[in-house]
Design a protein around this ligand. Structure first.
Ligand SMILES: *Cc1c(COP(=O)(O)O)cnc(C)c1O
Length: 390
């Protein structure tokens, strides 16, 4: 029983009335009043066209983790309208969410436990990656007609079958195909060092993949979809492109190789809650890790590490206010940060840009990644659920 339903009826009515009056008094507004995340789908469209022009075969839009935090359904729809023909996700749940949202394009799901709902995946025409004999058994036991992509470990020791298990997996898949249980439509691998062009692991991974395809063919498989490259290899390693490329980060404007001008798509804004003038010597936030070295004005923003601003960026991060970069001072708290705006006459309600595409001088997700000793992927996928998606 909730605290409210435990109250006598009359008090409950009073509470309801209070809530009603309160909500009436708040100005109705179409603009969300708190921290807001916006995805520029034109940027996603432009990036997709760039990648579609570079791949010799099909382009798979990888929209795992809610489209790298940009909104899975919207990124999928945009990418499919601008040159991608496939969608890629890790889990079956993510694939089913895309189907429920109306996506009809082919979808590949490549990371599932052996007790995953393969029956649902087959029913919704979701292709499945197969990294082991145990997965193959689980899939053939779950229903007829699964379309599968055999997954070879091409040098990351992460997902995919180890080379020593590969021929046995190919033979088992061929037997299942002959028995009419599955159709082996693809072979996939993944490169671990493609963001460093020229790393010897790239050539080794490419050779492992070529070997893996040869083994598959030798046992009678005819996988038409052969895919090794993700964003980095698609941009810098044309020899690794086969009949499909799986591109995620690049579609949302992240280039791990630093070679290509892509369009960043994400903007995070937050309104100023309050401002205060403080004297020189004032300590700010938990632990007083920053002390004002002069009289200054501090602005409070209502977002913190629970919303995806890494606490480790404390003492380095900046935001833009009135077109100017201002330092975040003191520790980043769970729900709030303090910004030193100097003598600017900032007022409550003014909107700060935490990060954006950058042309206005605002910080970018690349800046936040460097202030946090991480990569942009972690920043864009880390924005918390309290932040309104606009
Ligand atoms: C995430 C992922 C991709 C997409 O990688 P990007 O570098 O973001 O393009 C491709 N393949 C696999 C197996 C992945 O896990």
């Amino acid at each position: 029983m909730s605290a409210v339903s435990a109250l006598p009826i009359t008090e409950r009515a009073e509470l309801a009335e209070l809530a009603e009056r309160h909500s009436v008094r708040r100005a109705p507004t179409a603009v969300p009043s708190g921290p807001t995340l916006h995805t520029d789908l034109d940027a996603v469209a432009a990036n997709t066209r760039l990648f579609a022009a570079r791949v010799p075969g099909a382009l798979m839009a990888v929209v795992k983790a809610d489209g790298f935090g940009h909104g899975g359904a919207a990124v999928a729809r945009t990418a499919l309208a601008h040159g991608a023909s496939w969608l890629g996700v890790t889990s079956i749940e993510e694939a089913l969410t895309l189907r429920a949202g109306g996506a009809t394009a082919p979808i590949l799901s490549w990371l599932n436990t052996i007790d995953a709902d393969f029956t649902a995946a087959i029913g919704e025409r979701v292709d499945l990656a197969v990294p082991s004999a145990a997965h193959l058994d689980a899939i053939t036991g779950a229903g007829l007609g699964a379309r599968i992509h055999l997954h070879l470990d091409t040098g990351m020791a992460r997902d995919g079958a180890a080379p020593r298990d590969w021929s046995a997996l190919c033979r088992a898949a061929r037997a299942a195909e002959r028995a009419g249980l599955v159709r082996v439509v693809g072979v996939m691998g993944h490169l671990g060092c493609a963001d460093v062009p020229g790393d010897p692991a790239n050539a080794a991974g490419r050779a492992a993949f070529t070997w893996g395809v040869q083994i598959a063919r030798a046992v009678g498989l005819r996988p038409a979809l052969r895919h090794l490259a993700a964003t980095s290899a698609t941009l810098t390693y044309p020899a690794a492109l086969h009949t499909m490329s799986r591109v995620g980060a690049g579609l949302v404007g992240i280039d791990p190789t630093g070679t290509t001008r892509l369009s960043p798509a994400l903007t995070l804004t937050a309104p100023v809650v309050s401002v205060r003038r403080v004297a020189r010597g004032t300590g700010v936030g938990y632990g007083h890790t920053w002390t004002a070295d002069r009289a200054t004005t501090l602005a409070l923003l209502p977002l913190g590490y629970a919303d995806g601003l890494p606490r480790v960026a404390s003492g380095r991060a900046q935001v833009a206010l009135r077109g100017r970069r201002c330092p975040v001072v003191g520790r980043i708290s769970m729900d709030q940060v303090v910004v030193d705006v100097g003598d600017a006459p900032v007022r409550p309600g003014e909107v700060a840009t935490v990060f954006g595409p950058g042309p206005g001088g605002e910080p970018t997700t690349a800046d936040w990644a460097s202030w946090s000793d991480t990569i942009e992927h972690e920043i864009v996928t880390g924005i918390g659920p309290r932040v309104v998606r606009a």
